[in-house]
Design a protein around this ligand. Structure first.
Ligand code: UD1
Ligand code: CA
Length: 454
């Protein structure tokens, strides 16, 4: 069977990041960069994926899905040595005809590029097919050496390059597809470089010496960008975010000002939704169709239904039903569940609470640890006094369907307000209110039964 095994190199320290976090776990558009490379390998339908771990190995392994094999490179002696540590897993796997190798610090790599590379190696019978990128400023990358007729002779790392070689603008992207049998036979022959490391790139000269074919395919920096320091991290971030926005726009999302709109890679957004400037959508957020988000809104790990308006507000780990209006200047905190057609107005805060369908909460209010029914009117300035500062306990409030809370009602939890009950302006409700009952005052006392709905 002619399958491919992928080896992803992720053992390096990433010294140039100057970080306590392993380099490949630094996030780009909301996800550790290594995960993008793994996803690209998966998208290329490779049979096996082996990640080479080293620095912060346990932490890196924890970021990988099940089904990804790992191997530990005990000492970081270079990229050739890293691939060699995977040999024990892959050499002798007769189902894998080629080995795809990629650096774990290249988050923009795509499955399509991997597929093209694998196809090119098989078509040409090359020992090595590799990806190259033409760059105006090749600083930091290995340069591709060619003879006068354009045949590849080798790759020279920047540290070892002379002035003429440094002037070469065609760089090695660090992505290779290699004939598996040849790789496992010849990899141990890679010499130690002057820096003391074993460079995988020296395999290219070995293939040439063996009179084997070396092929190159070209890909732009928008795909091959590598991250060695935080400046390059920012470049990759910009490129990936740009790709995400392009994909969203092609899928029917309007983005008024792409340069001020940030969307993480795992976010999904329905068609005919409009994103206004200054909007940041993060994590695992799902947004339905026909919504208007922003300007100046931040949505994190939330589910937003269809035709929702989020205006200048912050929404975190919340669930929002269809046609809800939020803002301006509202804050939905973790556990907020806003049902369809509700209105969460100016300066409203909701935490760990349900706001039932078609309820109205227009002005200056805080509802926390509560269950507010459907069609409830939450008057201006209403708050749940959910925190008992003597016991340190947060208590719950429930408000029945159709209730009406007058302006400035204090709901001193634990407390229950019955269906269609009503509180007067400024009432401090510290005892349960029966359904249909109107209460007023401090503390609130029954006044009369509420009139039936007209
Ligand atoms: C490497 C290439 C360079 C290419 C560039 C493209 C080599 C010698 N050089 O340089 O030609 O232009 O990528 O981005 O391969 N790693 C290990 N174990 C090690 C050393 C590194 O797993 O012992 C991993 C790192 O975690 C990283 C990857 O290999 O993910 C590449 O290493 P890095 O040091 O970033 O290589 P570059 O200097 O970028
Ligand atoms: Ca690198």
């Amino acid at each position: 069977m002619s399958q491919t095994a992928a080896v992803i190199l992720a053992a390096g320290l990433g010294k140039r990041m100057r970080s306590d976090l392993p380099k490949v776990l630094h996030r780009v558009a909301g996800r550790p960069m290594l995960q993008y490379v793994v996803d690209a390998a998966r998208a290329a339908c490779v049979a096996r994926i082996v990640v080479v771990l080293g620095h912060g190995g346990e932490q890196v392994r924890a970021a990988l899905d099940a089904g990804i094999e790992t191997v530990v490179q005990p000492e970081q002696r270079g990229t050739a040595d890293a691939v060699l540590t995977a040999r024990s897993l892959l050499d002798g796997d007769s189902t894998c005809q080629d080995v795809l190798i990629a650096n774990g610090d290249c988050p923009l790599l795509t499955g399509a590029l991997f597929q093209t590379l694998i196809a090119e190696r098989r078509r040409s019978g090359a020992a090595i097919a590799m990806v190259v990128t033409p760059l105006p400023d090749p600083t930091g990358y290995g340069r591709v050496l060619r003879d006068d007729s354009g045949h590849v002779l080798g790759v020279v790392e920047e540290a070892a390059a002379n002035d003429a070689e440094r002037a070469i603008r065609e760089v090695n992207a660090g992505v290779y597809c290699i004939d598996a049998a040849w790789l496992w036979e010849r990899l141990p022959a890679v010499p130690r470089s002057a820096s003391g490391e074993y460079y995988l790139t020296d395999l290219v000269a070995l293939a040439v010496a063996d009179e084997r074919i070396v092929r190159t395919i070209e890909a732009p920096l928008e795909i091959t960008s590598g991250v060695n320091d935080r400046r390059q991290l920012a470049v990759a971030e910009r490129q990936l975010r740009d790709r995400i926005r392009q994909e969203l726009m092609l899928a029917g999302v309007t983005i008024l000002d792409p340069s001020t709109t940030y969307v993480d890679s795992m976010v999904t957004i329905g068609r005919d939704t409009t994103l206004y400037p200054g909007t940041i959508i993060e994590g695992s957020t799902v947004i339905g169709s026909g919504c208007v988000i922003g300007p100046y809104s931040r949505i994190v790990d939330s589910q937003i239904g269809a035709n929702v308006i989020v205006n200048a507000s912050v929404v975190e780990q919340a669930k929002v039903g269809d046609r809800v209006k939020i803002g301006p200047f509202s804050h939905l905190r973790p556990g907020a569940r806003i049902e369809a057609d509700a209105y969460i107005g100016n300066y409203a805060e909701v935490k760990n609470a349900r706001i039932g369908a078609a309820s109205q909460m227009h002005h200056f209010s805080y509802i926390g640890d509560a269950d507010i029914g459907c069609g409830v009117n939450v008057g201006a300035g209403t708050i749940t006094c959910n925190f008992d500062s003597e016991s340190g306990v947060k208590n719950r409030t429930t408000v029945g369907d159709g209730a009406s809370l007058g302006s400035d009602t204090m709901l001193v939890a634990p407390v229950n307000v019955g269906e269609r009950a009503m509180t007067g302006a400024g009432s401090v409700v510290n005892r349960d209110v029966k359904p249909e009952m109107v209460v007023v005052g401090v503390p609130a006392r029954p006044l009369r039964r509420r009139a039936p709905p007209s």
